[in-house]
Ligand binder design. Structure first.
Ligand code: HEM
Length: 401
């Protein structure tokens, strides 16, 4: 059979599901040549086993500056910050920068922040319910939570948390012009720079004060800290907000599962449900990008040094061989923790414990406090955006009684 060369990403037919062609590719050519927006070629991996193995393969580099790296949007190709971003670096530099934050995002310190996160979630629900419905669940609830929960980890107070929410709305807002987004991006860096300079005003236990100490001792460069703070902030915003918003929609669409979750009530069950939301939606819909630094065989196919590879964790998460009835949303799925929605290997999502805590507290508390929450789709139905690196709903109007 003639090999298919598809445009990446292929269009979706149904908003909550991968394009139909993906199942066909997985069956007939699991390592597929694809053409990117700028005409470049790359290899697309769609099988769970191949994607998982590729995450662990050091012959595949995450360094976005290497020739052949598959940039999936124009913004990713030209808009990369001059500041460090360890998501697109290899070891040892990647490991050195990641280690600066690792301890703050482990399961135990995040669990100790449960009451703090629950307080932020409750406050956002108060603000939502204080409105005359319908209200947009994304702007009133899902979006502010990630910025507000990151603030205290950095050692910032509530007012600074609100500033982060404001920057985030412009940087990631689809209604923002390119100039507005760039200006907000610079203002965010300047904001972090001021906090670094005034670090003696911040609690010594927070990330910023700790890194400022290392900077003053000559152990760290200012630009390294600023780049990492910016990256940390951006990586955790839209990904979590979009998963919360679409998670609400999914649970409303599956009332039996929502009723059972609410009846069981326990935190672990909610966390597992959030993993199923991450598996099912995989909002990081452009996959993870890598470039081969030596010849490597994947799925029986030779990939040459210098060729780009897209590890489509979003498609791998729908592979029947790993998840029976993969296209069904099932919050009680037994092996859900083996999904690849947070990546795997050296670049495994640094914020996954925080994301699980935010999502589970946000969803469980929202449905406890507003059990009759309903979606009121605008005329023409709900709309989704797919041009950004995070997939999501444009808005989610809700009412409650
Ligand atoms: C549902 C929410 C989230 C999803 C689906 C998600 C997904 C991912 C994925 C797939 C990667 C792997 C990148 C790669 O292999 O190239 C990643 C990395 C990363 N994530 Fe998340 N993420 C989420 C929330 C967060 C949060 C809340 C934070 C922090 C506040 C965060 C910070 C990071 C960072 C810093 C990396 C880079 C890790 C490295 O390169 O070593 N993420 N995330």
């Amino acid at each position: 059979m003639k090999e298919l060369l598809i445009e990446f990403p292929p269009p979706r037919e149904r908003p909550m599901h991968p394009p139909a062609i993906v199942a066909e590719l997985r069956r007939s050519q699991p390592v597929s040549p694809v053409r990117l927006w700028n005409g470049d070629r790359a290899w697309l991996l769609t099988r769970y086993q191949d994607v998982r193995a590729a995450f662990l393969d050091d012959r595949l580099s995450a360094d976005a500056a290497r020739p052949g790296y598959p940039h999936v949007t124009a913004a990713s190709a030209v808009g990369r910050s001059m500041l460090p971003n360890f998501m697109v670096m290899d070891d040892p530099e990647h490991g050195r920068l990641r280690a600066l934050f690792y301890q703050d995002f482990l399961a135990k310190p995040i669990a100790q922040r449960s009451a703090e996160i629950a307080g932020i979630v409750d406050d956002q629900i108060d603000r939502l319910l204080a409105q005359d419905g319908p209200a947009d669940l994304i702007t009133c609830f899902a979006q502010p939570i990630p910025a507000r929960t990151l603030a205290p980890i950095l050692g910032l107070g509530a007012a600074h948390g609100e500033s982060l929410v404001a920057y985030m709305k412009v940087i990631l807002g689809r209604e923002s012009s390119r100039e507005e987004a760039l200006a907000a991006n610079q203002a965010l860096i300047a904001f972090f720079e001021r906090r670094l300079d005034e670090s003696e005003l911040l609690p010594s236990s927070g990330v910023i004060a700790r890194l400022a100490c290392q900077m003053k001792a000559g152990e760290l460069l200012r630009r390294d800290i600023l780049g990492c703070l910016r990256q940390l902030f951006l990586a955790g915003q839209d990904s979590t907000a979009s998963s919360i918003a679409m998670g609400v929609l999914l649970l409303i669409q599956h009332p039996d599962q929502l009723a059972e979750l609410t009846a069981r009530g326990d935190r672990r069950v909610w966390e597992a449900a959030c993993d199923e939301i991450v598996r099912f939606l995989s909002v990081t819909h452009f996959g993870r990008r890598r470039v081969a630094i030596e010849d490597v065989e994947i799925g029986g196919r030779l990939i040459r040094a210098g060729e780009g590879v897209i590890l489509a964790e979003n498609y791998a998460n729908r592979d029947e061989s790993a998840f029976p009835h993969a296209d069904l949303f099932d919050v009680f799925r037994p092996n859900v923790r083996s999904h690849l929605g947070f990546g795997s290997g050296k670049h495994l999502c640094l914020g996954l414990n925080l994301a699980r805590a935010e999502m589970s507290l946000a969803l469980s508390t929202l449905f406890a406090r507003a059990p009759n929450l309903r979606v009121v789709p605008p005329e023409g139905g709900l709309t989704y955006h797919d041009e950004l690196t995070i997939y999501g709903l444009t808005s989610l109007p809700v009412v409650w009684s």
